[in-house]
Design a protein around this ligand. Structure first.
Ligand SMILES: [Zn+2]
Length: 458
């Protein structure tokens, strides 16, 4: 029985999907305006693995994750560079895909973008106005929080406290400090769309309400994201959606803890971030994923170079053991889930992850098994563990899979051929050197001679 902590109730609850056998999940995605730092990868990696686990448990998963491609930060960056806001968004969406690929994050089923849903956003806002939950002031539209009686339910806050903590920023025309913008009238030099209230653009929160319900339905199973989004973003999404549709928005809310750097949140605005690109180069995806899975997803995690390096050493050690076994035994397909030992390990793995996706426990089980594999003389036991790690548990967490080892070997082989070719060139044997280049080219591996040496791409 899968149990997850639901932020809405604050309790660990049995997960029961709306449609048996199917899970519909929405995860808030990035605002695309800059290189993404390692802290941002935590929700993506966590919910990528959670999705894999649901699939492992036999569910059909429909996952949607958005790109916020219009926002104050994007507009500021575009103005700084003197380019169109969409150009900034496109650039960092491409970067997002590169980072995701490098981290072994599978694409969601849907990656909606805000600017593709402006008509639906306008329709949604108009409906909120018609139903008395929103009001227009000089081309801005605001959500009237006092009209929605369950406001504060998700973040467990009282309306009075929120009013005390909220401010009306200069230029905002809202009636009450806790109200929030659904539509912002266009300012000079900003991109805009025409609407019944004049030219403008969507506020931040409304896009997720619109895209999630358009894709997954008015009520869906799980809404997920970082804990920093609980208030106000998710509270507002919930208010808008439930005000419009008069029914539960998401049945379960899952939130991952933040990644911190020396006790503070890792963030672009604090300037203390490490890019994913740099982190992958230094530690590789498995060490990064293991580092993230080593803490329960709801707890904060402290960024630590030492911990990443330690995880990298662990990954290397495990892969060496698995590779040695492959060399001596081959990876015989002699895998049966029926042996009592294998069945017991699978049960333990499921027991850990069924308990609010307890990855530290699942990872500990994997390392226990690896240690057993190193110790035992029993070949059949080694084979069982080999398959459990490579083909059963590894793919669920997206780590220690064999393909990666193979591609690492290909890297080594291409480099070896480049070295041999360089020697042929040195000996002025251009015919043989060209032969290597041409044959690699036929295999789809392109060599490029640059001042820094020969490089290659697949
Ligand atoms: Zn969102």
């Amino acid at each position: 029985m899968l149990r997850i902590t639901n932020t809405l109730t604050g309790k660990k609850e049995e997960f029961i999907p709306i449609t048996p056998g199917e899970v519909r999940i929405y995860v808030c995605g990035p605002t695309v305006y800059n290189f993404v730092h390692l802290g941002n990868s935590r929700p993506a990696i966590t919910f990528d693995a959670f999705r894999r686990y649901l699939e492992y448990r036999g569910y059909r998963v429909i996952l949607a994750q958005n790109f916020t491609d219009i926002d104050d930060k994007i507009i500021i960056k575009a103005n700084e560079e003197g380019v169109d806001a969409l150009e900034i968004a496109e650039r960092y969406i491409v970067q997002y895909w590169k980072d995701s690929l490098a981290l072994g994050i599978r694409p969601a089923n849907f990656h909606p973008r805000t600017t593709h849903f402006v008509d639906e956003i306008i329709e949604f806002i108009q409906d909120l106005i018609d139903k008395g939950f929103a009001y227009v002031v000089d081309g801005d539209v605001y959500f009237n929080v006092s009209e929605f009686k369950n406001y504060g339910e998700l973040s467990h806050r009282k309306l009075e406290d929120m009013i005390a903590g909220a401010r009306i920023e200069p230029g905002e025309k809202k009636k009450s400090p806790e109200d929030f913008a659904l539509w912002k009238a266009a300012k000079e030099g900003e991109p805009f769309w025409n609407s019944p209230w004049g030219p403008g653009r969507p506020g931040w929160h409304i896009e997720c309400s619109v895209m999630s319900t358009c894709i997954l339905g008015e009520t869906f199973d799980i809404h997920a994201g970082g804990a920093d989004l609980i208030f106000p973003h998710h509270e507002n999404e919930k208010a808008q959606s439930e005000a419009r549709h008069g029914k539960t928005f998401a049945r379960y809310w899952m939130h991952n803890g933040m990644m911190r750097l020396a006790g503070s949140k890792m963030s672009k605005s604090l300037g203390n971030f490490i890019t994913i690109k740099d982190a992958v180069k230094k530690y590789g995806k498995d060490a990064i994923r293991l580092f993230i899975f080593s803490k329960h997803y709801r707890s904060p995690i402290d960024y630590s170079e030492e911990m990443l390096a330690e995880n990298l050493r662990a990954v290397k050690r495990v892969n060496a053991i698995l590779r040695d076994f492959e060399k001596s035994e081959g990876d015989k397909p002699l895998f049966s889930k029926k042996t009592p030992f294998v069945k017991e390990q699978i049960e333990r793995f499921i027991e850990a992850l069924d308990d609010d996706f307890n990855t530290p426990k699942a990872v500990a089980l994997m390392f226990d098994l690896i240690n057993k594999m190193g110790e035992t003389k029993n070949r059949n036991r080694k084979l069982e563990i080999y398959h459990l790690i490579r083909n059963e548990f590894g793919p669920v967490l997206g780590i220690l899979e064999k393909d990666e080892e193979v591609s690492a070997n290909i890297d080594g082989l291409v480099k070896l051929l480049i070295e041999i070719r360089a020697e042929f060139k040195k000996d002025k044997n251009y015919e043989k050197a060209d032969q290597i280049r041409d044959r690699l080219n036929e295999l789809g591996i392109k060599l490029m001679d640059t001042p820094e040496g020969t490089k290659y791409t697949f």
